[in-house]
Structure formats: structure tokens, C-alpha cells
Design a protein. Sequence first.
Length: 211
Amino acid sequence: MGETTLEILVIAIYTWTPVLIIVGTLSDIEKGTDALDELRKLVHPESDQDSVQSVHNPLSKHNSELKLENIHFAYERSNGESGFSVGPVNLTLKAGETLFVIGGNGSGKTTLMKILTGLYQPTSGLIRINGKSTDLTYHRHLFSTVFSDFHLFDTIYGLDTIDNEIVNKLLKQMNLEHKTRWIPEEKRFDNTRLSSGQVKRLALVVSLLED
């Protein structure tokens, strides 16, 4: 084996591990880029909000209704086969109505809520508002939710105007007025280091502000 060959072999050995590390991080970089794009949309939602605000709110009338017709949803496994499924679901929700969905762990309650709010698209079936189908992006803007796996930011993003009086009123209703303070100039709460129950109530305040 010649001297040149040995030099090449040594270089290859010492550079192989860094190359593998770089290749291994490419997928993480791609995921990070996608996540950053989503955050940019959250912080600067002008284009989405313009398209949403230009459409009449179909749920603004007292006689409005949201209807699920033969909705079915199935999770897809890594091998391409169908996994846990929910449905068929036929449900009509009327304006002003309060609905409790009850069931055991893993029965599909959260899945149904994510279908209802447009986070999951049904495998089959239709969702209608006042008898009409809606654009998916617009449909999602009709809902404010607090799921069990939520994350609470101290700053409120995506809202151009926030009524400070309403914020303070909601904090009082949730018995949080002595736990955190609203800073209107910065659009944020000065304290989010609260108990789990208090954090959920504060998340509900934020959700109601998006209504």
C-alpha cells in the first residue's frame, strides 16, 4: 500500500464521523425550518387574516348550526394500514348550545374535537355550517380551543387589537387577577409560572380573547 493511499485512508477515517453527523442533522434542520415557517405565520398572520375577515361569519346568527354528516376518521400506521378509527359520527350543534362529550380513555373524544375544529380532516363524510361547506383555513378560524397538551405563551400573538378591559374582566372571572397582570404595551402577562389548574384557566382566557 503506497504512502498516498495511506494518507487518503487516514483522511477518510477522520472525516467519516463528521460527515455522518452532518447527514443525520439534515432532517432535523428541515423540521426546524418547517417549524420556523409556522411560527412566522403565527407572529405575522396578515395574509391569512385578510382572507378570513373578508368572508362573512356563518356562525354569527342565532339560528346557526354546525353539522357532521357520516364523519369517519382513521389514523394511518407506519406500514400504510389503517389504525384506530372514529365514526361514523352524525352530530348537529346549534348556536348557544353546550355539549359534553364523555367517554373512557382512548375512546376518541380528542380526535372528534380535532375533526370538529378542522385540525384533522375526516377520511370520509362532510362538515357543513348552515348547510354549506367551508374553506378549511376559514373553518379553523371559527374555533378557539384548549387541548390537554396545550402550550401557553406569556405573549399573545396573532391579535392586532386586544381590549384591555375584557382581559382584566376575564382574569377576574377566572380568579387570576391576583396571580398575573396584563401588560397592554407588550401584549403579555407578567407571570405564567402558575399551578396546572391556573395555567389552564389562563389558557382559557387567551382562547376567549381569540373569539
